[in-house]
Design a protein around this ligand. Sequence first.
Ligand SMILES: Cc1cc2nc3c(=O)[nH]c(=O)nc-3n(C[C@H](O)[C@H](O)[C@H](O)COP(=O)(O)O)c2cc1C
Length: 127
Amino acid sequence: MLEQWLGVLVDAGADAFHLSQPAFWQPAFPEFDEQLNLAGWAKKLVGVTAITVGSVGLNADVYQSFAGKRARAASLNALVARLEGDEFDLVAVGRPLLQDPAWLEKIRQGRYDQIADFTPAAFSTLS
Ligand SMILES: Cc1cc2nc3c(=O)[nH]c(=O)nc-3n(C[C@H](O)[C@H](O)[C@H](O)COP(=O)(O)O)c2cc1C
């Protein structure tokens, strides 16, 4: 079903899919042996560039943040392992950049001790 649905979009010209889920580490279809996330399934089924997003660098999902819960900064090791394993091609980040626009630069420079937790107050930085 997902293959058919995505196939229609590929036939219409889509060459990349940005597949959001609450947490990138959650299997999209736990009933199958392969524990791929949604981006992983899209890449496997239709072979286009797949972008994952969801709780990268954080230990709690966006819905918990909308409910006012703090999300702690978390390791990127599992994400990197899955990226290097070609489960997906690109990674998108939401809340960490709301919390700290320098997040990516800090990650790139290995300044992990300077990465802050996500606080729901950061949502107000959009206004
Ligand atoms: C303030 C805010 C607005 C968002 N608006 C949209 C939206 O309009 N459409 C959408 O598909 N996702 C939206 N999202 C979801 C994000 O694209 C992303 O999937 C989600 O925040 C998970 O990534 P994160 O855990 O890195 O924050 C929004 C997220 C936030 C925090």
